[in-house]
Design a binder for this molecule. Structure first.
Ligand code: 5GP
Ligand code: ZN
Length: 113
């Protein structure tokens, strides 16, 4: 996906602060953090949102969640954290590449962060 912002980050065309990377996924710090720790975890293969997940491409989500547990430990989120994926305009999705927000580091309200 040539013009997708997160595909550009994955390709290294836009710099990011990487937290974790392997052949299937990338985790990097959100540019506008809404909590002391705010990390985005994305599949390297372009998937538009949760709405585009299916039996064929959803395995990467299990890998993302398994990795989030490690990242949370690495980041010292011992009191807990929140994982959020905004899907579509009503949820306020602004980047059309599937991503999971990992938010923590202070007590979270019922707002996203
Ligand atoms: P959404 O609103 O789609 O759920 O989340 C998109 C997130 O991407 C936002 O939290 C926003 O701050 C973050 N973001 C937007 N552009 C960039 C960027 O260029 N670099 C990084 N690291 N994060 C970005
Ligand atoms: Zn993309």
């Amino acid at each position: 996906m040539e013009n997708c912002l997160f595909c550009k980050i994955i390709r290294g065309e836009i710099p990011s602060t990487k937290v974790y990377e392997d052949e299937r996924i990338l985790a990097f710090r959100d540019i506008a953090p809404q909590a002391p720790t705010h990390i985005l975890v994305v599949p390297k293969a372009h998937i538009g949102s949760v709405a585009e997940l299916n039996e064929e491409n959803a395995q990467v989500v299990a890998h993302i969640f398994a990795t989030i547990a490690h990242i949370a430990e690495q980041e010292g989120l011992v009191n807990g954290y929140r994982v959020v994926s905004n899907c579509g305009p009503d949820a306020g999705q602004t980047v059309g590449h599937l991503h999971f927000h990992v938010l923590g580091g202070h007590e979270l309200t019922l707002q996203m962060a």
